[in-house]
Design a protein around this ligand. Sequence first.
Ligand code: MG
Length: 140
Amino acid sequence: MKIRVGMGYDVHVLEEGRDFFLGGVKVPSMKGAVGHSDADVLIHAICDALLGAANLRDIGFHFANNDSRWKGMDSRFFLQEVMKMLQEKGWKIENVDCTICLEKPKVNPHIDTMKEILAQLMKISEDDVSIKATTSEKLG
Ligand code: MG
């Protein structure tokens, strides 16, 4: 049995008056992430980790941010598509471990819902989805 590990990383600017999607959850917030799609930074990082583990390039390669098809797209769609790519290559996910770096709002109250949504999308148990939250000590 071959086991592979992948790492994903993503950053988005936050701007006032935008919806804030994180891990498939619309988190109540004064600011939301700026991006071509719904800018769900957590799902984007997970997609990159999975694609990396399977050596399938990265999320921007498959879903370019200048392609009008992905404008405003719900990022859960990207994760579903990545799951299909993994399946085609015969991979399955054992576990996912994530860290969200964010000053505001607090994400802890939403982590259980994110785990539920992400576990369902990745067809794994909620116990195999870890989401940790930290700040960047007011760096931004
Ligand atoms: Mg992104």
